[in-house]
Design a protein around this ligand. Structure first.
Ligand code: HPA
Length: 270
C-alpha cells in the first residue's frame, strides 16, 4: 500500500503542483457541485495509477483541483463503493492519497435514505456519528504505522468544530440542517421495510452505502472529517414504497445548492 501510494502521489504531483488544503468527496447525484470550484486541473481516474474506475451512474470519475472559497481544494467527483465489487482497501485508497497530497480537512457528501420520521426528501443532515454495518473494516490486515495506530479511537469520528461551523452557516443562511447518525450498509439493494425499522431502532437517522470506510481511514490518519447526507428517499412509510436510483439522483440534485453553500462557506472560514 505504501509503495502504491507513493507512486500515485508522485504521478498526481507531476500534473498539479500546488498543495490542496481540503479534500472533498462527492456523493451520488452531487457531482455538479464541482462547478463551484474554480478548476485548475482535472485528472480522470482512468489515468491515475492504482485508482479504481467509478462504475456508477451519477458519478463522474475524476479528481478536480482548484479553488473554493479562496482555498485550494481537491474534489473527488465520484467515489468507490464496496457494492461495486472493490474491496475496502480499494474503496479507501483515494482518501490516503488525498491525505498524502497534503489536505488538512476532509469533507464528504452522500445520498441517504431517511429513517427519522421528522425527515423528508431533500433534507440535508450533518452526520455527527455513525454505525458501521459495512461488512469489512478497511483497517483489517497488517497495520501501517506510517498511516496511524493499530486501534484507532472513534469517539469523535466527525470533527466537532466542523459540525459547529456548518450549523452556524446553516443558521445564518436559513437552511434547515438536520443533525444525526448515519448507518452504513453494503447495498446495492435498498433496505426492506423491516430493515429500515431495525436501523431506526438501533439509533440511525439515515442509511447509506458509503462514507463510513472513508471516515474510518481519515480517523486512522488523524485527518479531521466532516460529512453531510442528502435525504433522497424516506424508508419508513406505510404506503407504496418503491425506491429507484433515478429518484435518488433527482432528490440529490434538488438539495445540492444548500450543500454547496455550506461546503463553500466552510472552505472560506477554515
Ligand atoms: N438506503 C441505502 N442507501 C441509500 C438509500 C437508502 O434508502 N438512499 C440513498 N442511498
Amino acid at each position: 500500500m505504501v509503495d502504491k501510494l507513493k507512486e500515485t502521489v508522485a504521478f498526481i504531483k507531476s500534473k498539479y503542483t500546488a498543495t490542496p488544503e481540503i479534500g472533498i468527496v462527492l456523493g451520488s447525484g452531487l457531482g455538479s457541485f464541482t462547478s463551484e470550484i474554480k478548476s485548475e486541473a482535472e485528472i480522470p481516474y482512468s489515468e491515475i495509477p492504482h485508482f479504481p474506475e467509478s462504475t456508477v451512474k451519477g458519478h463522474q470519475g475524476k479528481l478536480i483541483f482548484g479553488e473554493l472559497g479562496g482555498k485550494k481544494v481537491v474534489a473527488m467527483a465520484g467515489r468507490f463503493h464496496f457494492y461495486e465489487g472493490y474491496d475496502t482497501k480499494q474503496v479507501i485508497f483515494p482518501i490516503r492519497v488525498l491525505k498524502f497530497l497534503g489536505i488538512k480537512n476532509l469533507f464528504l457528501s452522500n445520498a441517504a435514505g431517511g429513517m427519522n420520521p421528522d425527515y423528508k426528501v431533500g433534507d440535508l443532515m450533518v452526520i455527527n456519528d455513525h454505525i458501521s454495518l459495512f461488512s469489512v473494516n478497511p483497517l483489517i490486515g497488517k497495520n501501517e504505522e506510517a498511516f496511524g495506530p493499530r486501534f484507532p479511537d472513534m469517539s469523535e469520528p466527525y470533527a466537532k468544530n466542523l459540525i459547529e461551523m456548518a450549523k452556524k452557516i446553516a443558521h445564518e443562511n436559513k437552511i434547515d440542517l438536520k443533525e444525526g447518525v448515519y448507518v452504513s450498509v453494503t447495498g446495492p439493494t435498498f433496505e426492506t421495510r423491516a430493515e429500515y425499522k431495525m436501523l431506526r431502532i438501533i439509533g440511525g437517522d439515515v442509511v447509506g452505502m458509503s462514507t463510513v470506510p472513508e471516515v474510518i481511514v481519515a480517523n486512522h490518519m488523524g485527518l479531521p472529517a466532516f460529512a453531510m447526507s442528502v435525504v433522497t428517499d424516506v424508508g419508513i412509510r406505510e404506503e407504496e414504497n418503491i425506491i429507484t436510483h433515478e429518484e435518488v439522483l433527482e432528490a440529490a440534485k434538488e438539495a445540492e445548492p444548500k450543500l454547496s453553500l455550506i461546503f463553500k462557506e466552510m472552505a472560506a472560514r477554515l
